[in-house]
Design a protein around this ligand. Structure first.
Ligand code: NAG
Ligand code: NAG
Length: 251
């Protein structure tokens, strides 16, 4: 099976108006459909064409013929949702740590979700349902895999906090529930991969964040399963865990 993996945030209109809705669609296009539309529909997304006009190259008949074999699956790396707004009629102002001025992490001072250790990554469980349904509708329900989904902890947290990663368990539980919603609505999701099995060197933040279901001591390379590892194991065996009553031995 041959496919492609796309990093997909979910973008929500900041305000309840048609301009922000339009921008949310455009941003989804510039992020994901930019790659997937040509492969599956043989051309760049109409939303990009509308914004960029003739600056966007066109596909020749020959190119389109090469693209007709399409894909066996679409991989989706999904972590977070963000707000976007239109900047045409009133100027947008960048937040401190976001490059794009039209992207916002808060509405009326309220963050879009629970913050994580990764800047601009929030726990927004319903976002995974939205990106999967978006992909399902736009690409004729091409088989999908969630190739990445996970939760970051601060590396400098206490050992107890790192091993009793209840926030990661809550995040996984909720994201999986919303993924299940999408599947009940007909999405052909074939698999789900957690980022990550073990704490690792993150491409943007190095060793300052930990994504693992297993803790790694970077001096000895000793690995210790976190609460999330046992929760996920039991989840995969069909056992719902009452994690409130569970403690991982931190010694
Ligand atoms: C959004 O606006 C429409 C009318 O433009 C209204 O019917 C709807 O209730 C609003 N939704 C929210 C969440 O405010
Ligand atoms: C932990 O690290 C983060 C950056 O990764 C920093 O913002 C925070 O202040 C640190 N906390 C402590 C207690 O050192």
């Amino acid at each position: 099976m041959i496919g492609i993996v796309i990093f997909m945030c979910w973008f929500e209109p900041l305000r309840n108006n048609s301009l922000d809705f339009l921008v949310a669609q455009q941003v989804m296009s510039f992020q994901a459909a930019w790659f997937l539309d040509p492969i599956i529909h043989g051309d760049y997304p109409p939303e990009m064409r509308q914004a960029l006009g003739s600056k966007l190259p066109t596909f020749s008949i020959k190119d389109r013929r090469k693209l007709q074999y399409k894909l066996d699956f679409i991989g989706i790396n999904h972590y977070t949702s963000l707000y976007v707004r239109d900047c045409t009629f009133s100027p947008c102002k960048s937040s401190d740590n976001i490059d794009e001025s039209f992207i916002y992490t808060e509405r009326n001072g309220i963050p879009i979700g629970k913050p994580t250790a990764m800047p601009n990554y929030y726990v927004v469980p319903h976002g995974i349902e939205e990106v999967v349904l978006y992909t399902m509708r736009r690409y004729n329900n091409t088989p999908m895999f969630i190739t990445e989904n996970g939760y970051a902890q601060h590396s400098n947290s206490s050992m107890t906090e790192l091993l009793n990663d209840i926030d990661r368990v809550d995040s996984m539980r909720q994201y999986l529930a919303y993924l299940n919603n999408a599947m009940r609505k007909g999405a052909d999701v074939r698999g789900y991969f957690v980022w990550s099995l073990i704490d690792n060197f993150e491409w943007l933040y190095g060793y300052t964040v930990r994504f693992g279901l297993h803790y790694v001591d970077y001096n000895t390379l000793k690995r210790v399963p976190k609460l999330s590892a046992s929760w996920y194991k039991q989840f995969l065996h069909g056992v719902e865990v009452q994690h409130e009553h569970e403690q991982v031995d931190t010694h």
